[in-house]
Design a protein around this ligand. Structure first.
Ligand SMILES: [Zn+2]
Length: 494
């Protein structure tokens, strides 16, 4: 069953880098979110079994130590216990009447078909042991943890059990999907459940047309003001929404975690379920210019607008974000067209190993996968723009996928993404490139590709642009979109 496959292969997506190295790394495993399993409906002629549904109440103190108190209650039968979602949290879960650490706690049957468990999770102890945003991490007097660290899942495991989560304390901010005053998640989504914060310094709603973006600042010293950070995140989120021609999610949580004594943005990560949650680690002494020069925030926000893959396609997931993030920042005016081409000329060779020798599904090292996917996207985009006289680009394929529901919270197959994208591009562009580069390599003439775009590099490493009008227009359309969509900029890219 697909949901079980999802459970087996889930992982988060983390995209961290040291700025100088421009190395994009990621946690193993693919993002994954909800499946569309059908629960409850029985075969024709039989009565439908009562559907299991759960209600969790979560409370926590407003300041450390953060020992989270949870009452979990499931109705409809079939649940006889609650199991830890995050294995590393097991020693920090205490349930009555059980006192010994165990992965599964027996529920109390409080009424026919109703199972209940009251338990606590010492998130502070967990943060002291792990100090990891994947499990729990303190920032000053605040703490961030994915829901998998404190929400046990109903046992035995079933697909698609809806869980309504009530946060009963005021100092909690959660990225889970809102439903009235509460939040919702399906049981199998818990492993990639988004971030929740405790005791944050500040939280505010940002103004993004058609969407809600909740910005949470964790505790810690920062040279930048909250207003400066809010403007940065607002502009980035609007840039991503403009790119997709719609907000990629109705609600997104963006958490900023200060790092004492540091500069820049060393790491970011997005968790997709049930609504995307992005965390970005930010150095205490980061200057305003470093915000717009950095790629991490736009890269993570971009991930919200593409579907998740399980067991395949991670190269496309990361390749899309690697390729389009510089273009989105160019469209925001945060970098020049020439800087975009310099980045592509410099880094696209890093994708040759995956594209020409190993095959994209067997990239070897993570940089091979990011830039292998990035080179695949550049080739696809050039082909789409060339065939359509500049009018249609790969981004039109992404918009079609998102319009059909292919956001980060949903798991799609690569075949479905390819079919919808190629239909939007009016040509079998992705399927032909995949046939050549997916499971094994095929030659790519990178100098010829850049020459066809009028971009050459001399022996000193200087970039030169051929400003013949058709090449100028092609480069402009790739970076900014066609004139009717993107800002028109006259003159050469220098
Ligand atoms: Zn990424």
């Amino acid at each position: 069953m697909r949901a079980l496959l999802v459970i087996a292969l889930l992982g988060g997506i983390g995209c961290g880098a040291e700025r100088d190295a421009r190395l994009r790394s990621s946690a193993p495993g693919g993002r994954a979110g909800s499946s569309q399993g059908k629960a409850g409906a029985a075969a024709s002629g039989k009565a439908a079994a009562p559907r299991t549904a759960c209600d969790y109440h979560v409370s926590a103190p407003a300041e450390p130590p953060y020992v989270v108190h949870v009452t979990a209650r499931c109705e409809g039968g079939g649940v006889n216990g609650f199991a830890s979602t995050e294995a590393r949290a097991v020693p920090f879960v205490t349930a009555t009447p059980t006192t010994e650490p165990t992965a599964i706690h027996a529920a109390t049957r409080v009424a026919p078909g109703v199972a209940e468990l009251t338990y606590t999770v010492d998130l502070d102890g967990l943060a002291q042991r792990e100090d990891d945003i994947d499990v729990a991490r303190r920032f000053g007097s605040s703490l961030v943890a994915p829901a998998s660290s404190f929400l046990l899942r109903p046992s035995p495991e079933q697909d698609d059990v809806p869980i309504t989560v009530h946060f009963d304390s005021p100092a909690i901010e959660s990225g889970l999907r809102r439903s009235g005053d509460a939040y919702t998640i399906l049981s199998h989504e818990l492993r990639v459940a988004t971030f929740t914060t405790f005791g944050a310094r500040e939280a505010r709603d940002l103004s993004i047309p058609g969407a809600s973006v909740r910005l949470v600042l964790l505790d810690g010293r920062l040279d930048l003001t909250a207003d400066e950070l809010a403007r940065w995140v607002t502009t980035a989120a609007r840039g991503v929404a403009d790119f997709f021609q719609r907000p990629p999610a109705s609600r997104t949580l963006v958490v900023l975690g200060p790092l004492s004594g540091r500069h820049g943005i060393p790491f970011g990560k997005m968790l997709p379920a049930t609504a995307p949650g992005v965390i970005v680690l930010l150095g205490e002494h980061t200057a305003p210019r470093e915000l717009t020069e950095d790629w991490v925030l736009v890269h993570e926000l971009f991930h919200a607008g593409t579907p998740s893959f399980v067991g395949e396609g991670k190269w496309y997931d990361e390749g899309l974000a690697t390729y389009f993030e510089p273009l989105i920042r160019a469209r925001l005016g945060w970098r020049s067209e020439a800087e975009v081409w310099r980045e592509f000329v410099t880094n696209m060779p890093r994708g040759l190993e995956a594209m020409t020798r190993r095959g994209l599904e067997h990239p070897g090292r993570y940089p091979d996968m990011y830039w292998g996917g990035g080179l695949f996207c550049l080739l696809a985009d050039v082909r789409a723009r060339t065939l359509s006289g500049g009018l249609v680009g790969l981004e039109d394929g992404l918009r079609a996928v998102l319009a059909e529901g292919g956001a980060a919270s949903e798991v799609w197959s690569l075949a479905r993404v390819t079919e919808v994208t190629d239909r939007a591009l009016y040509a079998p562009i992705l399927s032909e490139l995949e046939a050549a580069h997916l499971t094994a390599g095929s030659p790519v003439d990178l100098p010829a590709l850049f020459h066809s775009l009028g971009v050459t590099v001399d022996r000193k490493g200087e970039l030169h642009f051929d400003d013949e009008p058709s090449l100028l227009a092609l480069r402009h359309d790739l970076v900014y979109g066609p004139p009717l969509v993107g800002p028109v900029k006259g003159g050469a890219a220098h």
